[in-house]
Design a protein around this ligand. Structure first.
Ligand code: ATP
Ligand code: MG
Length: 376
């Protein structure tokens, strides 16, 4: 799966960009504020309907414009070209197109363009709230388990209904009466949660194998462990715990436990990795998590994920930059990497033979290919 053509109109300072990326390494350089991260954001928007920098769409629309458009031609795994596109308006409306047809949501585009982002924010994977790691885990589950997304959507709906019933039952006017409705939502919630748990647990097991292999091969960090937490005490059935916690849930007005509390616990000798590892070690560990994710995705689906790496040189020292470049190279996938200095970006790839590289210069919102490929 590669992005063969990328067209961007009125996204941040990018008024009109039309490029044909390499199906391997794309190096994007330019001064601060020129628009490099915006190019990666545009690819992210095309893949997921939103940016990796902000969940709001308005900051993405060029100040002077009412809408932005991103269009891409994706080479599917069967070799067919699939056009996909997204348009977002200032009033909030959005349209998504795949293969010439309107599709209902960004999730319908996500299947065409699996991407992984490595940026400064990616380090929140270790430091951030469980939600960040849950999203990381669910990316893999979404892409390898077709049953996951409909179950997840139903589960979200169910949880919302349950929470509003909990709040209703808390009202004095209800005389403490427990609604029968709640019992039926509980049953459905328990069923969906247990199904989601099975899919997540299965993916995380696969993921752990690849991740530990990758660590052994490249990093000398002992005692690192990844453990899946399903969101409740897993010795008991979820339905039982949900029932036992009902009074407390009513008092609180929301459901305390469940798959919406799932997490990936990343520790070093039993302690939180974010509290133990140095900044550089954390960065490398996060890169290893991202690479392992793409690797497992490829093993389980036979497809490849695209990597967007924002401002690589500033995030890692030289040794680790080269290590990441080797990891990315071993994935044989399409990558987009930004950096301020042309030479420092190029030097990272110089030790890796036979890499087809395209170089793009970004200047005040316009992107030009520099015809200077280096193939050893
Ligand atoms: N909605 C918008 N409309 C127009 N310009 C915008 C909008 N949002 C951001 N910008 C500008 O777009 C430019 C590109 O930002 P971007 O973050 O892509 O730069 P960059 O090349 O990644 O810079 P850096 O090297 O500092 O990371 C910036 O000058 C920014 O101020
Ligand atoms: Mg940037």
């Amino acid at each position: 799966m590669t992005l063969k053509r990328l067209f961007i109109q009125n996204l941040r300072n990018l008024n009109s960009v039309d490029i044909n990326p390499s199906d391997r390494v794309n190096l994007i350089f330019g001064e601060n504020g020129s628009g490099k991260t915006s190019v990666l954001e545009a690819i992210n928007v095309l893949a997921l309907g939103r940016s990796f920098r902000s969940h709001k769409h308005k900051p993405l629309i060029h100040h002077d414009q009412l809408e932005f458009t991103v269009f891409g031609k994706v080479k599917a795994d069967d070799g067919a070209d699939v056009p996909i596109g997204i348009n977002r308006q200032r009033d909030g409306s959005a349209s998504y197109k795949a293969n010439g047809n309107l599709v209902p949501s960004a999730a319908d585009l996500a299947v065409y363009l699996p991407i992984q982002v490595i940026s400064a924010d990616t380090f929140l994977l270790l430091e951030g709230a469980p939600k960040v790691r849950r999203q990381f885990m669910d990316w893999l589950v979404f892409h390898v388990e077709p049953k996951f997304f409909p179950l997840w959507k139903d589960c979200q709906r169910c949880l919302k209904h349950r929470n509003s019933l909990l709040r209703r039952d808390r009202m004095p006017s209800n005389n403490g009466g427990r609604s029968l409705e709640l019992a039926s939502w509980d049953q459905e919630l328990a069923f969906l949660t247990e199904q989601i748990d099975i899919l997540r647990a299965r993916c995380v097991e696969q993921f752990k194998v690849s991740f530990y292999d990758l660590l052994k091969e490249f990093i000398s960090l002992d005692g690192i462990s990844i453990d899946y937490y399903c969101g409740w005490n897993s010795d008991k059935l979820f339905a039982e715990i949900l029932h036992a916690g009902l009074e407390r849930d009513i008092q609180l007005g929301y459901t305390q436990i469940g798959g919406h509390r799932a997490d990936l616990r990343i520790t070093v000798n039993g302690q939180d990795a974010a509290e133990i590892l140095s900044r550089g070690q954390q960065k490398l560990l996060v890169c290893a998590l991202k690479i392992a994710q793409g690797f497992v995705f490829s093993q389980m689906t036979g497809r490849k994920t695209i990597y967007l790496v924002d401002d690589l040189p500033s995030e890692l020292d030289e040794k680790n930059r080269t290590l990441l470049a080797k990891w990315l190279d071993s994935m044989e996938t399409q990558v987009f990497i930004t950096g301020v200095e042309q030479d420092s970006l190029l030097s990272i790839w110089q030790n890796i033979p036979n890499v087809v590289t395209k170089l793009f210069h970004v200047e005040q919102g316009s992107v030009k290919e520099i015809v200077k490929t280096f193939v050893e």
